[in-house]
Ligand binder design. Structure first.
Ligand code: ADP
Ligand code: MG
Length: 569
C-alpha cells in the first residue's frame, strides 16, 4: 500500500511527514532539513526553485522570487516572476511538488495521496484553493486538517478517552493564531479561533534591526537594499542566539560603507525591546478564551506551535498568562506536519479523526475605500475603512457613514475590499457601485454604508444617500478566487511546460544561491576571493565529477560558514 503524506504548508516554512511503524516521521528535503522555506524563485535557466535556494534569491533576485503567498490563497491576486504570472495556488503547488519529491526519495516509492493542514480560520475559498494547489502538484488531497488540530494530534491528545480542552498558541513567521479546541467522543471541535494576521517572529527580528539603527543614529529607510538585507540577517541570527543562550549579551555589527555600527543586547534588554510585541500576544488569547467560554483553569493543556515560540520571552509570557508551563517536548515548528502525518495514518486505516470546523466568524475584515483628510481641502483616496472587522461572529450587520469630499459632489463610488492592509490597493477588491447623492457643500452629503454578512459567506453591501436620496446595493458571493474545474485543467496544462529544478541538484543550487547572497554582502578582497571560489565550483559542476563536486561543495560551504561566522561583512 502506498503511503499518505501529511503536509504543513506554512506561510514561512513547510514540512512533510509520514506515519511509519506506529509513529510520525518527518521527511528531510534535499538539503537534509525538515523545514523547507515556502519560497519560489525562477532560476537563470527558467526552471523553478523552491526552499532554501529560493529563499536566498528573495534577496538577490527580488523580481524573480516570492514568499508568503499563503496569505493570498483563495484570492485572484497573481504574482509576477520574470515574464510569467502565477496564482497563489500555483506557487503553493511548487512547494507541494518539492515536498512530494522529497517524500518519494525518502520512501523510495511514488506518493499520490496527502493530508494538508490549513489554518482553522481558513474560509471555504481558501480551503478550496489549498485542495487545488494539491491537485496542481499531482497530489490527491484526501483530507484537509486544521493546523491546531494537527498540533494536538502530534501530542496524542486524541488518544485520551475523556473530554479534553486545550489552547493552541501558534506564533509563526508572520502570523499569530490562537485556537481553543475541545476533544470529545472522538470529535475535535474548534471552539474559537483568533489571532493577528500581521504579527509573527519576523516582527521580533525587525525590532532588533530597528534598535541597532536607533542606537547608532542610522536611518533604516536610507540603507541600501543590500545593507538592509544584511541587517535583517544579522537581526535574525541575533534573535536565534538569544533563544540559545540565556546569560551573556550578544553582539551585532553592521558594516555600512566600511564603517561598523554595533550593538550589544542581553536577554533582559531584549525582553524590554520586545515588550510591545509581547503585549500584542495577550489580546487574542483572552478573546479566544472568551469566545470559547472556557476559563483558563479548565484548559487541560497549552500547546506551543510555530518557530517563534522557541523564544524564551514568548515562553515566559505564555507561562505567566496561564500560570503554568506549556507543552513543549516537541519542536514547535514541526508539530503541524507531525500531526498531519498522524491524520494521514488514520485516514489510511479509514479511521480519520472527525473535525468540527468553526465557520461562524468572518475570516477577514471587510470594508470600503475612503479618502483621508490631510489638509484643509486636501483628501487622499485609497485608504481602507473596515466596516466588519475580522473574527466578528456572523451573521452580522454593521453600518458606517461616509461623507462627500468635494462641494457639489453628486456621486460616491462604493468600492468594497477584503483584507487587513491600511491601503486598499494591498487588499482584495470584491466589487464596486455608484450611488447618487444630493449636491451639497463638501461633508454635508454622503452615504450610510451597511454591510451584512451571513453564515454562508454572502456579503450584502447597501448604501443609502444622506441627507436623502436613493439606496443601492450589491450582493457579493464568497469565493471570488476559486478556479473552476476547467480553469484548473488549463492551469495544469500551462504548468506542465514549466521546468522544475531537479531535486538531486538542489544541494549544489542552494549552495550557489547562498554564495551569491553572501557575495552581494561582501566588499573588496573577500568579494574577489569568494567570486573565484564560486567560479571554480561552477566549472566543476559542469564537469560532473561527483567526487570532485562533493569535495568542492564542502570547501565552499565551510568558506561561507566562516564568512557567516565573522558576521562583519
Ligand atoms: P510559519 O508557520 O509562519 O510557516 P514557522 O513556524 O516555521 O513559520 O516559524 C517561523 C518563525 O520562527 C520565523 O520568524 C523564525 O525567525 C522563527 N524561529 C525559528 N527558529 C527560531 C529560534 N531558534 N529562535 C527564535 N525564533 C525562531
Ligand atoms: Mg505554521
Amino acid at each position: 500500500m502506498s503511503s499518505i503524506i501529511g503536509i504543513d504548508l506554512g506561510t514561512t516554512n513547510s514540512a512533510v511527514g509520514v506515519w511509519r511503524d506506529g509513529q510520525s516521521v518527518l521527511i528531510p528535503n534535499a538539503l537534509g532539513h525538515v523545514l523547507t522555506p515556502s519560497c519560489v524563485s525562477i532560476d537563470d535557466d527558467g526552471s523553478v526553485l523552491t526552499g532554501r535556494a529560493a529563499h536566498d534569491r528573495v534577496h538577490t533576485h527580488p523580481r524573480l522570487s516570492t514568499s508568503s503567498f499563503k496569505r493570498y490563497m483563495g484570492t485572484d491576486r497573481e504574482v509576477r516572476l520574470g515574464s510569467r504570472t502565477f496564482r497563489p495556488e500555483e506557487l503553493s503547488a511548487f512547494v507541494l511538488k518539492s515536498l512530494k519529491a522529497d517524500a518519494e526519495a525518502f520512501l523510495g516509492a511514488e506518493v499520490r495521496d496527502a493530508v494538508i493542514a490549513v489554518p482553522a480560520y481558513f474560509s471555504d475559498a481558501q480551503r478550496k484553493a489549498t485542495r487545488i494547489a494539491g491537485e496542481l502538484a499531482g497530489l490527491n488531497v484526501r483530507r484537509l486538517i486544521n493546523e491546531p488540530t494537527a498540533a494536538a494530534l502530534s501530542y496524542g491528545v486524541h488518544l485520551g478517552d475523556r473530554e479534553s480542552k486545550f489552547l493552541i498558541f501558534d506564533l509563526g513567521g508572520g502570523t499569530f493564531d490562537v485556537s481553543v479546541l475541545d476533544f470529545f467522543e472522538g470529535v475535535m471541535e474548534v471552539r474559537a479561533s483568533t489571532g493577528d494576521n500581521f504579527l509573527g517572529g519576523d516582527d521580533f527580528t525587525e525590532a532588533l534591526a530597528q534598535s541597532l539603527c536607533r542606537r547608532n543614529h542610522l536611518s533604516m529607510s536610507t540603507l541600501s537594499p543590500t545593507a538592509a538585507q544584511r541587517l535583517n540577517q544579522l537581526a535574525e541570527r541575533a534573535k536565534r542566539q538569544l533563544t540559545q543562550n540565556s546569560g551573556e549579551a550578544i553582539a551585532m555589527t553592521l558594516t555600512v560603507e566600511d564603517k561598523p555600527y554595533t550593538m550589544e543586547i542581553d536577554a533582559a534588554e531584549a525582553e524590554r525591546l520586545f515588550e510591545s510585541l509581547l503585549q500584542r500576544l495577550r489580546k487574542p488569547v483572552e478573546r479566544a478564551l472568551r469566545d470559547a467560554r472556557i476559563p483558563v483553569d479548565s484548559l487541560d493543556e497549552i500547546i506551543l506551535v510555530g518557530g517563534a515560540t522557541r523564544m524564551p520571552v514568548v515562553r515566559k509570557l505564555v507561562s505567566k498568562m496561564f500560570g503554568r508551563l506549556p507543552a513543549v517536548h516537541l519542536n514547535p515548528d514541526e508539530v503541524v506536519a507531525l500531526g498531519a502525518a498522524v491524520q494521514a495514518g488514520l485516514v489510511a486505516q479509514d479511521a480519520g479523526l472527525e473535525e468540527l470546523v468553526l465557520t461562524d466568524v468572518a475570516p477577514y475584515s471587510l470594508g470600503i475605500d475612503t479618502s483621508v483628510q490631510v489638509g484643509q481641502n486636501d483628501f487622499v483616496p485609497g485608504h481602507f475603512l473596515p466596516i466588519i472587522e475580522r473574527n466578528t461572529i456572523v451573521p452580522v450587520s454593521r453600518v458606517r457613514r461616509v461623507f462627500t469630499v468635494r462641494d457639489q459632489q453628486d456621486v460616491v463610488i462604493i468600492r468594497v475590499f477584503q483584507g487587513e492592509a491600511r491601503l486598499t490597493r494591498d487588499n482584495v477588491s470584491l466589487g464596486e457601485f455608484r450611488l447618487e447623492v444630493p449636491r451639497k457643500p463638501a461633508g454635508q452629503a454622503g452615504a450610510d454604508v451597511r454591510f451584512t454578512y451571513d453564515v454562508s459567506g454572502v456579503l450584502e453591501v447597501q448604501a443609502t444617500a444622506i441627507p436623502d436620496g436613493g439606496t443601492r446595493s450589491i450582493v457579493i458571493e464568497e469565493n471570488p478566487g476559486v478556479l473552476s474545474p476547467d480553469e484548473v485543467r488549463e492551469r495544469m496544462a500551462a504548468l506542465a511546460d514549466i521546468k522544475i529544478h531537479p531535486r538531486e541538484r538542489m544541494e549544489n543550487r542552494a549552495l550557489l544561491a547562498r554564495a551569491d547572497r553572501i557575495y552581494e554582502e561582501l566588499l573588496g578582497e573577500s568579494r574577489m576571493f569568494l567570486a573565484n571560489h564560486i567560479a571554480r565550483f561552477q566549472a566543476l559542476l559542469e564537469r560532473q565529477d561527483a567526487q570532485e563536486i562533493a569535495h568542492a561543495h564542502k570547501e565552499l560551504s565551510s568558506l561561507l560558514d566562516s564568512f557567516d561566522a565573522q558576521q562583519t561583512y
